[in-house]
Design a protein around this ligand. Structure first.
Ligand code: 5RP
Ligand code: MG
Length: 216
């Protein structure tokens, strides 16, 4: 990780073609390109491979949110060219362990715990830390963001506690430019932005605005 937080563009598409078009437009403005969860289901590892080839200078995260077969799914993502992949926080500890082993056996590869839907985060985080997990995506899921949950002070407290436990934290979930100051004072490693970049008239210019905001 560098001193400045990274900016990650989430490509949450249901088809490969628009994802490739968006990657082409924005990849120079962001540090990390995420193959979003729906895209990993729609186009699988072809999406990872194609975007890896298109964007050789970006880190690539495959947001698989693996629930089981963690070692196999991590291997599949890394073989396709992903640098990073995610395992669902609800997955058994053995699944996390096997994905982590696969990542640790290959230089530069990382696995992240994905916290969508997890409520007893700190209790579980102790187990994850105990087996050597270092990174997680603190995520307010799409559906809960749309229907029932906003970011609040409790999220900040939990993120701070996770950082104190030694985790590198990525944050995601309906973040717009207006939300960046909310994280001030927290040592966030990666800001993950999807719709607030993709769904603007000039996504490359919007990505530059995010870079400015997170560097402030
Ligand atoms: C959904 C995801 C998204 O990639 C994440 O929520 C970021 O996208 P957005 O900024 O549009 O919320 O993992 O499960
Ligand atoms: Mg995602």
């Amino acid at each position: 990780m560098t001193d400045k937080p990274y900016l990650q563009l989430a490509l949450d598409y249901f088809d490969l073609a628009p994802a490739l078009a968006m990657a082409q437009i924005v990849h120079r403005e962001v540090d990390i390109i995420e193959i979003g969860t729906p895209l990993t289901k729609a186009a699988g590892m072809l999406a990872v491979k194609t975007i890896r080839e298109m964007c050789p200078d970006n880190l690539i995260l495959a947001d698989i949110k693996s629930p089981d077969v963690g070692g196999g799914e991590a291997k599949m993502a890394f073989d396709a060219g992903a640098d990073w992949m995610t395992v669902l926080g609800a997955a058994p500890l053995d699944t996390v362990k096997l994905a982590l082993e696969e990542a640790n056996s290959r230089p530069g590869k990382e696995m992240f715990i994905e916290l969508t839907g997890i409520r007893d985060i700190i209790t579980r985080a102790r187990d994850w830390r105990g087996i050597g997990v270092e990174r997680m995506v603190y995520h307010r899921g799409w559906d809960e963001g749309n229907l029932s949950r906003s970011w609040d002070a409790q999220d900040k407290d939990t993120i701070q506690e996770l950082i104190q436990m030694g985790f590198e934290i990525s944050v995601a979930g309906g973040l717009g430019l207006d939300m960046i100051p909310f994280f001030e004072g927290l040592d966030i490693s990666v800001f993950i932005i999807g719709r607030a970049i993709r769904e603007t008239p000039d996504p490359a210019a919007t990505a530059r605005k995010f870079q400015e905001a997170i560097n402030k």
